[in-house]
Design a protein around this ligand. Structure first.
Ligand code: FES
Length: 170
């Protein structure tokens, strides 16, 4: 065997050794990542269902009106807060027909659904279109810090509108 062949054999062996160890460490690395990932559960981090809406005195009502609709939380939470003379409640901005998002028309004081034309009074009561029932409401209460909180996870349908939690007395 001449010197050239010896060198070729040596470099081929070195190359195979490097590839072998490289594969070993790559496999070890991948399985370690898989094992570490296995230690953490699959958790979906969702936005909390409750939000703070402000203090009671922020929800005023005109003496001449029966209702005042606050739209501040519609974009982020799909909720209108409605003030009546003696109560405040959170109306869910979801049409009870097929779930589209209605819009509030302050000049007419009605919610109108753009999908099939359902219309609702400020208190959520349906009066036109195919919607089968009034708009739902969400849990509303005054927290320890004196601020109004709305919890969208608890829904009240129209038969429960007088239940505790469906409104805040003012
Ligand atoms: Fe609102 Fe059909 S979804 S009227």
């Amino acid at each position: 065997m001449n010197t050239n062949m010896k060198e070729n054999n040596y470099s081929r062996r070195s190359f195979l050794r490097i590839v072998g160890w490289g594969s070993f460490f790559a496999t070890l690395g991948i399985s370690s990542v898989g094992f570490i990932r296995f230690l953490y559960p699959n958790v979906l981090f969702e936005k909390p269902s409750a939000f703070k809406a402000g203090t009671l005195d922020e929800f005023t009502i005109d003496r001449t009106s029966d209702y005042q609709v606050y739209e501040n939380w519609k974009a982020e939470h799909s909720i209108w807060i409605v003030r009546e003379k003696d109560r405040i409640y959170a109306v869910k901005a979801r049409c009870t027909h097929l779930g589209c998002t209605p819009n509030y028309f302050a000049d007419e004081m009605v919610f109108k659904c753009p999908c099939h034309g359902s219309q609702f009074h400020c208190n959520g009561e349906n009066f036109a279109g195919p919607a089968p029932r009034p708009l739902d409401r969400c849990k509303i209460f005054v927290g320890f810090d004196g601020r109004i909180q709305v919890d969208k996870a608890r829904i009240y349908s129209f038969k429960e509108f007088d239940n505790p939690g469906a409104y805040v007395k003012v």
